[in-house]
Design a protein around this ligand. Structure first.
Ligand code: XMP
Length: 322
């Protein structure tokens, strides 16, 4: 396995990095076409812009609507990239993801089901239909570290696990960001002229809201965690934390609603201070803020009767719950 040479954000010359990556993408893709999936997260957004600069409309960008994204995400991202001259096609794959996730409760199996559905089924078909020979993706060094260490199977890591994408899925994978961590990717995003709402956006995992539902994924549970996520993101957007989220627990607890016993769901709020996601500590949020979130979540998210705040650092916690 080739050791990847890290480029630290403090040492990163964004102009040089961008020029090198554009050259590299042009060389690998040649006269052909490349394809990529844009999720609206920082990593895939930066890769989209880099590749757009490198090969223009020979890059085919898809937004795979897997049904487990945040509120109104497909519309927002398509609009935003259109303004920057990048055409994004939306693929409705909601049914296929929910079907693939049905009955699975084990975290790693969930991640594997998403990987297979995404890369083999959906992307395999898109690549074949498009005639593209390369897939560009936004894997970063932290994804590789954690997968190789066996902490979490990041959905986008293959070669380091001994999987040859050419053989497994039928296409080459180009990963322009593998030498960077999140802080470096943000710098490249700013240098590429992406809007601040993208390059300063809090990280969001590839397995999307499925990484935030403990136990089996259903449409209803995703809707619950999606509504809670929108509230938590809105309430915490000004606290300058690295990342924040809502997690839906599997176990229910007894609560009271309208004077009656209500056996309902629990939402766990997490808010992290971190530089590069390798280590993280819970943000010391004011109690008034926490109370407000709890009140709003219980009022606006159907079936939720309990809200907790995670006060564990990473390690031993991880940032996501699944
Ligand atoms: P954990 O939960 O491993 O997360 O402490 C570290 C950082 O990575 C994000 N994350 C992912 N990103 N694919 C991604 O692209 C994934 O499968 C994935 N899982 C976690 C997480 O949100 C955090 O910023």
């Amino acid at each position: 396995m080739v050791k990847i040479k890290e480029i630290r954000a403090s040492k990163l010359n964004t102009k040089k990095f961008i020029a090198e990556k554009i050259k590299e993408i042009r060389e690998i893709v040649g006269d052909g076409r490349a394809i990529n999936a844009l999720s609206g997260g920082i990593d895939s957004s930066v890769v989209t812009m880099l590749a757009h600069r490198a090969i223009g409309n020979r890059l085919l960008t898809f937004f795979v609507d897997n049904g487990i994204m945040r509120h109104q995400e497909p519309e927002r991202i398509v609009k935003l990239f259109k303004r920057m001259g990048v055409k994004v096609q939306v693929v409705d794959a909601q049914d296929r993801f929910f079907y693939a996730l049905k009955g699975i409760t084990d975290p790693e199996q969930k991640r594997e089901a998403i990987t297979q559905t995404f890369y083999k089924d959906i992307f395999g078909e898109l690549v074949k239909g498009s005639g593209a020979t390369c897939l560009l993706q936004g894997t970063i060094l932290t994804d590789i570290d954690e997968t190789v260490a066996g902490i979490k199977r990041q959905h986008n890591v293959f070669e380091q696990l001994g999987i040859d994408p050419q053989q497994a899925f039928g296409y080459k994978i180009i990963e322009p960001l593998v030498q960077l961590r999140k802080d470096g990717v943000r710098k490249v995003g700013a240098a590429l002229g992406l809007p601040m709402s993208i390059y300063k956006r809090i990280p969001f995992p590839g397995p999307a809201l499925a990484a935030r539902v403990i136990g089996e994924i259903t449409r209803e549970k995703i809707e619950t965690v999606r509504t809670a996520t929108a509230i938590v993101e809105q309430e915490l957007k000004d606290v300058k934390a690295f990342q924040y989220m809502a997690i839906l627990h599997e176990d229910k607890v007894t609560g009271i609603r309208d004077g009656k016993r209500d056996f309902g769901f629990q939402i766990e709020v997490r808010c992290w201070d971190s530089v590069d996601a390798r280590k993280a500590t819970p943000t010391k949020l004011p109690y008034t803020k926490l109370f407000r979130i709890a009140k709003k979540v219980c009022k606006k998210v159907p079936g939720v009767v309990s809200v907790t705040y995670n006060i564990t650092s990473k390690p031993p916690s991880t940032i996501e719950a699944v």
